[in-house]
Design a binder for this molecule. Structure first.
Ligand SMILES: *Cc1c(COP(=O)(O)O)cnc(C)c1O
Length: 232
């Protein structure tokens, strides 16, 4: 089941990338496995997935020892400051940095461990009350503050657009995030590029809208339901 679902997602991802004149391999598929059991995650692993997204620190800590060591864990959910210390060194990327105070906590805990932590800034481009994230008008000044932190590397941007039955309707939000990213890059606010992050990260697109996100330049998409089925 998971294998077939993955094939379908990868086909749609590839088609959207080609339509946009992009290379499919420039878009990383993150399998969002929150609430899902290890058995299903292993099916995804065996089909080639190495990047898994979770929205709770406890779930990453519980699952990590049960999965192969080359799994890359992405923290995609709202992160409380008092949980940051458990996460340092355990994730490849924290997508959900939604305040300067949180970035400062990541700085503090990373410095203690002599680590440098890669992060994205979450921006609430759609302005939904229920969502976390910087307001777009505060994103660049926030990035300027975060860029000064020595143990935090700002790699790019993340957003969650509204749930929609028609992904196309979210394209303006994805476009806005891309434009913000371009402005930040021009202002020199993003970390130096390296092999793992050759371009600024744009983490956008979920089950309902990842094709639209790829058309607008997503470099990471976060797909749960379309791979693992509905969550209970
Ligand atoms: C749950 C979640 C996803 C995946 O959502 P699906 O609709 O199941 O694909 C992506 N991003 C974030 C931040 C999430 O919390």
């Amino acid at each position: 089941m998971v294998r077939e679902n993955l094939r379908e997602v990868q086909e749609k991802l590839t088609a959207a990338a080609l339509r946009a004149g992009r290379k499919p391999e420039d878009v990383l598929l993150i399998a969002v496995s929150k609430t899902k059991p290890i058995e299903l995650m292993m099916e995804a692993y065996e089909a080639g997935i190495r990047d898994f997204g979770e929205n709770k620190v406890q779930e990453i800590l519980r699952k990590a020892p049960l999965m192969p060591p080359d799994v890359r864990w992405h923290m995609i959910g709202h992160l409380q400051k008092n949980k940051v210390r458990f996460l340092i060194g355990r994730t490849v990327l924290i997508h959900s940095v939604d305040s300067i105070a949180l970035a400062e906590q990541v700085e503090k805990e990373s410095a203690k461990r002599d680590a440098v932590t890669d992060i994205l800034m979450e921006v609430n481009v759609a302005g939904e009350e229920s969502k976390w994230g910087f307001r777009p008008e505060n994103a660049l000044s926030g990035a300027a503050a975060i860029a000064k932190l020595a143990h935090v590397r700002l790699r790019g941007w993340m957003t969650s657009a509204p749930y929609t039955a028609d992904g196309e309707s979210n394209r303006p939000f994805f476009r806005e995030l891309r434009q913000l990213s371009e402005q930040a890059a021009e202002a020199g606010l993003l970390a130096e590029f390296d092999r793992n992050y050759p371009v600024p990260v744009l983490s956008m697109g979920m089950s309902c809208d990842y094709e639209a996100a790829v058309l607008e330049g997503a470099t990471m998409i976060r797909v749960g339901t379309e791979i693992f089925g509905e969550r209970g």
